[in-house]
Design a protein around this ligand. Structure first.
Ligand SMILES: C[S@@+](CC[C@H](N)C(=O)[O-])C[C@H]1O[C@@H](n2cnc3c(N)ncnc32)[C@H](O)[C@@H]1O
Length: 291
């Protein structure tokens, strides 16, 4: 088996020396196909990586057009937000902090879930190291601003502790996106986040989880779903009748791509933004409306 792999690699290296092949493998056409192969062949691995305020423009959408959509023609009722695959809590606390700051009168709850007990314990604890708060993208920049830090944390003995006012909006619990009784267990929500979770699941599980996640959406609701195989995202959002948001699509995608490296070899890496792709609005959107 080892000999076969070594032979394949040798063959591939020799092929790459041929001028025609060398030119071909630099083209987007080939890279798109190579990434489909990567997606099909790569074993998926669970990952707990998370950041505070990872996609600032997506947060802008949350506090702007997304809230407008949900509050249109509706009597003011408390907003219910579910986060599936919350890891150690950075995303859930970021949502609560942004909404509190930009909409001080909004009544809302963030319920955040993960399958990992240790992550949930750490999230409930709400204490973070400076490295966890100021995580950087691949260029070495952080999206966390002094203003965000000021409204989100108290600093105690060098530790960043989530402020009580932010924490009061957030609950954490164990739940599995693959659980066929997910909806019965955790109920529905106005906004559901399922970000950077489905990309780490094999295709058949990603589709099962996506179906369960869609069942959580209230009749008028919004799904945030960055970090998923793009062809599955396209197929599943179309199948479930979800409408892509066009709000600063390219900007959000660029922020997402700042954490991704190794396309077309790495399964979680993102392709370049290509408006020649069919249905590119759906393919590159990370926010979907259910109306
Ligand atoms: C890469 S983290 C993403 C954290 C956060 N959503 C973000 O975007 O920063 C993915 C998390 O999803 C969790 N996860 C994986 N499979 C899951 C499942 N079937 N149900 C719920 N959570 C899951 C993992 O344990 C991990 O903590």
């Amino acid at each position: 088996m080892k000999d076969e792999a070594a032979m394949t690699q040798r063959l591939y290296r020799s092929l790459k020396q041929l001028p025609g092949i060398r030119a071909l493998i630099q083209t987007p056409w080939w890279k798109v196909r190579r990434h489909r192969l990567t997606l099909a062949l790569s074993p998926r691995r669970n990952c707990h990586f998370t950041c505070f305020l990872r996609l600032p423009t997506q947060f802008e959408a949350l506090s702007g057009p997304v809230l407008d959509f949900l509050t249109q023609n509706a009597s003011a009722k408390p907003l219910d937000i579910a986060v599936i695959g919350c890891s150690t809590g950075a995303e859930a606390y970021s949502i609560a902090s942004v909404l509190r700051q930009r909409h001080p009168d909004l009544v809302f709850t963030v319920r955040a879930y993960d399958i990992d007990r240790e992550c949930i314990e750490k999230a409930r604890n709400g204490r973070y190291t400076p490295e966890e708060v100021f995580r950087t993208d691949l260029s070495g920049s952080t999206t966390v601003t002094a203003n965000f830090v000021g409204v989100t944390f108290d600093i105690e003995d060098g530790c960043y502790v989530v402020k009580r006012d932010v924490r009061n909006h957030v609950r954490f619990g164990l739940a599995d996106a693959l659980d066929p009784n997910l909806k019965e267990r955790i109920g529905s929500a106005d906004i559901v986040y399922a970000q950077h979770v489905l990309i780490h699941l094999a295709a058949h599980n990603a589709k099962r989880a996506f179906r369960n996640i869609c069942l959580l959406l209230n009749p008028r609701a919004v799904l945030f779903v960055a970090g998923m195989d793009l062809h599955i995202l396209q197929e599943q959002t179309r199948k479930h009748g979800l409408i892509p948001s066009g709000y600063k699509l390219e900007e959000i995608y660029r922020e997402l791509n700042a954490y991704s490296d190794g396309w077309p070899w790495n399964y979680s890496a993102l392709e370049p933004f290509m408006t020649v792709r069919k249905e590119w609005h759906r393919r590159y959107s990370t926010i979907f409306f259910k109306a």
